[in-house]
Structure formats: structure tokens, C-alpha cells
Design a protein around this ligand. Structure first.
Ligand code: CP
Length: 320
């Protein structure tokens, strides 16, 4: 029986043990960064963007090339799919040229529809729903800095967006507490987040309460990509009580780290003194996109011929 295609669309789709094996592989690949194994030799990845990107584009491109593969980068506006060509035809054709495809687009359902028509792995490079590649890099960073993720208190401040949602998905998988401090109208609820296990998400209206004793303080922009027009007249003042500043950091545990997936908006979601403090690990977090991407690609492309060390038998995958 042929195995199913290994898409990386959402953390909830992939067995916990597989996600943990991918993360362990990312740490190993980081150790090998100056002698990268050529496991993607002869393989190609397409990258399709309908939104801006710095970290996602660079990390996937460098990941493929350092491990011996190739990339093709396409802006969705310049593709035929931006005209009359159907999602199905595009998916079928892309499947004939490359071994995998990373897509950044707004609509998660469209991404899933695209994936349903491909015969190659599709990786979610960010949708309005989730950003799983980012969270793999973030968890890797927490493991590096704090030893493990399990049992930690991770506190999120500001907008309850796609990145926060993906952290919330990760909480029961890795066994950490996820506290989200945001305005009440953005509080995650069953009707807005039907697939989320809200037992693992603690909403706090008061930022200080969420920060209290936290091991990790994390925030993101208050105006997500694609929402600039919609939020232009938006009252961003309502997010000010959730700004990460020195007073908020002082509530966290000694040795707590500050994370942000970037790009940063200084004096909005975070103040310069936090960014300049030893707690700030955002550049390590950004670099870890590269190592996490390599491991995600290795898992997705295993069926295309990638072989990794025996210690990274990805085991119990969605194929079975
Ligand atoms: N964090 C992140 O996804 O960065 P880019 O938008 O630059 O890819």
C-alpha cells in the first residue's frame, strides 16, 4: 500500500512523537551546521508566497541549499493561479516539477485544498490560521536556553493571532502551560478556535498575572500581515496594557527569556530596553528557523529519498 504524503500543515495533524523526533533532529542538524549532511542532493523545493517574508524565505532557501538541494521561488501574483488556473491544476503541475512545496498564503482552507491535490509534501509557511514552522523553531530555542519545554510557563501578550494559536496547539503536545494575556474580545473561545484544546490555554485579562513566574515571555505584532488596512483605524491603544516592558519582565521568573518571531515594532508590543536586555533571544530564535526547517524538510521529503541517521527514525507518523 502506498504511503500518504507527509504534509506539514498544522501541528494537530502530526503525531506528537513525530513532532518531537523532528525537533530532536533539528538540534542535531544545528550541531552539524558547518558540515551539513547532503541529504537533499538532487531534490527541489518550490516556495510560493502571496505575502512578504524575510525569515521564512531565507531559512527554507538556505536549508535546502546547505543540504544539497535546490529551490524555486514564486510570487503568487506572478503565477497563473493568480489568473484563471485552478488550484487543482496548479497543484498537479507543481507536483511534476519539484519534490516539495512551501506555501505562505492567508487562507488556510485554500492551503489544505492545494495540499489535497498534490502528490508531494506541502509545508505551511504561515496562514491566517497557524504558523507551525515558527513554533518548531521557538520550541527549539526554549530547549536550548532552558533545557526543556515540559512543565514551563509560557506567557503570550497582545494580539491573539495565528502564532499564539500555534503555541496553544503545542501546549498539550509538549506539556507546557500556555497563558495568553490579551483584550477580552480576542480571548480564544471554542467557537473561534473549535479544534483547540482550551484546557491547556489560560486566558488572563491582566498582563501582570500572566507574566508572574513565567519562564518565557513572548509577543508579536499587534497588526498582522494582511490586516494593515482593516486595522488602520483600529484602536491599538487597547493593546498597550499588554506591552512587554521592563516592569512586565520583572514579574517573570529569574532567568526568563523574551521571544518574538519578528518583525519587531519597537515601542508598540515591546520596548527597546527589553530588546537590549540579556533576556532577549530573538536572533537565536530567528536562526533556529533554519535548523527547524531542515528537520521539517527531512521528515517531509523522506519518501522522496532523504535518509537520516537511525536515531531519527521518525516513527509513528501519519502514514500508518
Ligand atoms: N517570523 C516570520 O515568519 O518571519 P517572516 O515573515 O520574515 O518570514
Amino acid at each position: 500500500m502506498s504511503k500518504s504524503v507527509r504534509h506539514f500543515l498544522d501541528l494537530n495533524d502530526i503525531p506528537a512523537e513525530t513532532l518531537k523526533a523532528i525537533l530532536a533532529h533539528a538540534h542535531e542538524l544545528k550541531k552539524q551546521k558547518f558540515n551539513p549532511p547532503q541529504i537533499f542532493h538532487g531534490l527541489s523545493l518550490a516556495m510560493v508566497f502571496d505575502k512578504r517574508s524575510t525569515r521564512t524565505r531565507m531559512s527554507f532557501e538556505v536549508a535546502m541549499k546547505q543540504l544539497g538541494g535546490h529551490t524555486v521561488v514564486m510570487n503568487m501574483e506572478e503565477m497563473q493561479i493568480g489568473g484563471a488556473e485552478s488550484i487543482e491544476d496548479t497543484a498537479n503541475v507543481v507536483s511534476r516539477f519539484v519534490d516539495g512545496v512551501m506555501v505562505r498564503m492567508s487562507n488556510h482552507d485554500t492551503l489544505c485544498e492545494f495540499a489535497s491535490h498534490t502528490s508531494i509534501p506541502v509545508i505551511n509557511g504561515l496562514t491566517d490560521h497557524s504558523h507551525p514552522c515558527q513554533i518548531m523553531a521557538d520550541l527549539m530555542t526554549i530547549e536550548e536556553k532552558l533545557g526543556s519545554v515540559e512543565g514551563k510557563k509560557i506567557a503570550w501578550f497582545g494580539d491573539s493571532n495565528n502564532v499564539a494559536y500555534t503555541f496553544a496547539q503545542a501546549a498539550p503536545i509538549w506539556g507546557f502551560e500556555f497563558h495568553i494575556a490579551c483584550p477580552e474580545d480576542l480571548k480564544p473561545e471554542k467557537k473561534t478556535h473549535p479544534s483547540l484544546d482550551l484546557n491547556h490555554v489560560k486566558w488572563k485579562g491582566a498582563a501582570e498575572e500572566a507574566a508572574d513566574g513565567a519562564h518565557v515571555i513572548v509577543t508579536d505584532t499587534w497588526v498582522s500581515m494582511g490586516q494593515e488596512k482593516e486595522k488602520k483605524g483600529k484602536n491599538i491603544d487597547k493593546f498597550m496594557p499588554y506591552q512587554v516592558n521592563s516592569d512586565l519582565m520583572a514579574k517573570a521568573k529569574d532567568g526568563a527569556i523574551f521571544m518574538h518571531c519578528m518583525p519587531v515594532h519597537q515601542n508598540e508590543e515591546v520596548t527597546p530596553e527589553v530588546l537590549d536586555s540579556p533576556a532577549c533571544v530573538i536572533y537565536d530564535e530567528a536562526e533556529n528557523r533554519l535548523h527547524a526547517q531542515k528537520a521539517i524538510l527531512a521528515w517531509c521529503l523522506e519518501e522522496a529519498g532523504v535518509s537520516v541517521q537511525d536515531s531519527f527514525d521518525f516513527g509513528g507518523t501519519q502514514d500508518e
